[in-house]
Design a protein. Sequence first.
Length: 313
Amino acid sequence: MSLSLHPPLRAAGQARVGVLMGGLSSEREVSLKSGKAVLAALHSRGWEAVAVDVGRDLPATLLREGVELAWIALHGVYGEDGCIQGLLELMGIPYTGSPVRGSAVAMDKIATKRALAGLGLHLPADAVWQPGEPFPEHLAPDCVVKIPEGGSTIGTWVCHNSAELEAALVRAEAMADRVLLEQFVAGEEITVAVLDGQPLPVVAIRPESGFFDYEAKYTKGRTDYLVPAPIPEAVARTAQAHARIAYQALGLAGVARADFIIDEDGVPWFLEINTSPGMTATSLSPMAAGAVGMSFEDLVEHLARTARLHVRV
């Protein structure tokens, strides 16, 4: 498998790149790590790049810094939900990653599942619950409670009994007006990165705790990652095909990463797709790109060269 780099948007050194990082979401610290890694990679390839810690004064900062191209290393609300993308469209600054609509839909787990219904993906049964409503009995108590716009497994709880479920709902309703209640699927977690519509090798995720939560994701040594994933080839192909379907159906661009659970029968169940996945040398999407010979610096530069505006007027 090989990847061909698109023709450059402009030569390195001609565009002043602002690496957008930090931001206002609960994933700020993760974003800062991604942004610093991206900035170092761009500098290593000769790009004129500056760090932009995103706040509410972002338009003024972009103008003051003379940013001509935005490399979005933001995660969570205001970063991968279409807000920043819409601002950059208005300012006429090309940016990396997915456009406004795809970013907004993919950020909302409920909207994502509704958009992908009927396209052949295996989607866990679910219900949407709002505080004050009766609980959907067909899912109780073995289910996963998720706030629709949580990231890095923030706002996600796996429940196996009524006490755990009740505690999760109390915490969820303090964070969101709607809560996604999803059928629990036991099995092995995998992820499939998609770059420019082409799925990369499958990565197997094996946390020592059994649940790929925030601590397992960001604590060194708490999770093993295997690429290519040691799973049957047919299962890997199915997951890759379904990741590509989700990417295309939502109108995504650049790199995105779809997460799945493979059950005991080898069925990959789609969980979500991330339009601004972690971007350090040890993150999952760069790991998958490395399996086909694309270094972290190659990936970062490729995304910079293919940055663009998506709205035509």
